[in-house]
Design a binder for this molecule. Structure first.
Ligand code: NDP
Length: 449
């Protein structure tokens, strides 16, 4: 750990580590929030008396379950499913499901913990939760993915409900998986409960802009940070990591805002094209064909594919890490800063290691932490829930305008809290403090529950 925190907060952190052994990502996420809260506790002694931080660090409920299913060869497969219902002070648990072989309890808890503060920052009535499974959808047929989703939901459904817990997508869970999950939920419960899942298809209760929302939001957030510094995205070179849901739409919105996106990546390497990526081909390869970036480079001759390399070797003015946690380390951050990077907007959850965040802060790089910069996804999920509750359907333009406004407000909340609690311009502190205060106030009002 690179920085010290107030002794009380340090003691809470040590207790979290002791009670949650071998969950490194969860420890990292907790540490980052606690480091910001010293000045808050000094001003609010009631949160110490009521052990509000200790309660926030303990999920309200954790569900772990067996997911048996049969593959196309008739072989039985067993996976492990998770749902961590972290905090419901502000509304029903809300947060995505991740299907990836790396998923274990520590990852789900880190994501659920981040989600609590992120959801608070949106200003909307949603609590925080997260779930998933150690299932790898790569190379699986549609039939296998469907059978897996059906088995997963056969256990999970009893914990869900539009007023209880409302999952969405995350890594490995997109429109196809949400469809299979919703179908099974509807079949088991015999209820057309649209508001129980978000990220649904447009013909059966989904909201326009939800697919685009996280990536668009991360680009809007980059634009907000640059505007606050008296400049803009216009004409800037941008590098986005990943080429999944968040990354593709971060590319799209950054381009619409006048930037030139020159590189993106997947788990096998990256593509770079100084003239700018061809988004149409990129979407065809990654979204439609579920292919690799090497396929993109074969079709777009001006692009160069680098197998196995780090996309952070490509110098840029604005970085939007949108793949996965801890993908951008201290050395990569130093390279980016040396290469002229002036802003980082985290599309993914916790993509920058603590060392990388430290490099960006020391260099004065504008830095938007994931819990603020990627909040547009969950905020638009909350808009989907609103539309489901009122059986309404809004236009793309109306919904996008709401999203843009929400990202503006999230940035403003972070900036104001940072200023008020003695760290002007530090959006990491601002996001943690503003998120914490909203959740803590509600928990205080609800008594010891
Ligand atoms: P997708 O599954 O659509 O895409 C993930 C992308 O990241 C893929 O290009 C994938 O490469 C790459 N990737 C995943 N894991 C690794 C890894 N270990 N090493 C290198 N590359 C990797 O996921 P999303 O776009 O939905 O999610 C991306 C990030 O954004 C995650 O951190 C998620 O938690 C966060 N997020 C997502 C939201 C959403 O609305 N979807 C909302 C808020 C945050 P490959 O194609 O090779 O698998």
């Amino acid at each position: 750990m690179t920085r010290t925190v107030a002794p009380l907060v340090e003691a809470i952190y040590e207790d979290v580590v002791r009670r949650n052994p071998a969950e490194e990502e969860f420890h990292q996420a907790v540490r980052e929030v606690l480091e910001s809260l010293g000045p808050v506790l000094a001003r609010h002694p009631e949160y110490t008396e009521l052990k509000t931080i200790e309660r926030i660090c303990e999920p309200e409920r954790q569900v772990i379950f067996r997911v048996p299913w049969q593959d196309d060869r008739g072989e039985v497969q067993i996976n492990r499913g998770f749902r961590v219902e972290f905090n419901s002070a502000l509304g029903p648990y809300k947060g995505g499901l991740r299907f990836h072989p790396s998923v274990y309890l520590g990852i789900v808890k880190f994501l659920g913990f981040e989600q609590v503060f992120k959801n608070a920052l949106t200003g909307m009535p949603i609590g925080g939760g997260k779930g998933g499974a150690d299932f790898d959808p790569k190379g699986r047929s549609d039939g296998e993915v469907m059978r897996f989703c059906q088995s997963f939901m056969t256990e999970l459904y009893r914990h869900l409900g539009e007023h209880t817990d409302v999952p969405a997508g995350d890594i490995g869970v997109g429109g196809r998986e949400i469809g299979y999950l919703f179908g099974q939920y509807k079949r088991i419960t015999n209820r057309y409960e649209s508001g129980v899942l978000t990220g649904k298809g447009l013909t059966w209760g989904g909201a326009r802009v939800r697919t685009e929302a996280t990536g668009y939001g991360a680009a809007f957030f980059a634009s907000e940070m640059l505007t606050a510094r008296g400049t803009s995205l216009e004409g800037r070179t941008v590098v986005v990591s990943g080429s999944g849901n968040v990354a593709l739409y971060a590319v799209e919105k950054a381009e619409q805002l006048g930037a030139r996106v020159i590189a993106c990546s997947d788990s096998a390497g990256y593509v770079v094209d100084e003239g700018g990526l061809d988004l149409e081909v990129l979407k065809q390869v990654k979204e439609v064909e579920r292919g690799r970036l090497s396929d993109y480079a074969e079709r777009v001759r001006s692009a160069r594919h680098v197998a196995g390399g780090s996309v952070w070797d490509v110098p840029c003015e604005v970085a939007v890490p949108s793949a996965t946690q801890n993908e951008l380390d201290g050395e990569a951050a130093a390279r980016l800063v040396r290469g002229g990077c002036i802003a980082v907007s985290e599309g993914a959850n916790m993509p920058s290691t603590p060392e990388a965040v430290q490099v960006f802060r020391s260099a004065g790089t504008a830095f938007g932490p994931g819990k603020a910069a990627n909040a547009g996804g969950v905020a638009t999920s909350a808009l989907e829930m609103q539309q489901n509750a009122s059986r309404d359907s809004w236009t793309f333009e109306h919904t996008e305008a709401r999203l843009e406004r929400i990202m503006h407000d999230v940035h403003a909340r972070c900036a104001e809290a940072a200023e008020e609690y003695g760290s002007p311009g530090d959006l990491v502190v601002g996001a943690n403090v503003a998120g914490f205060l909203r959740v803590a106030e509600a928990m205080h009002a609800h008594g010891l529950v």
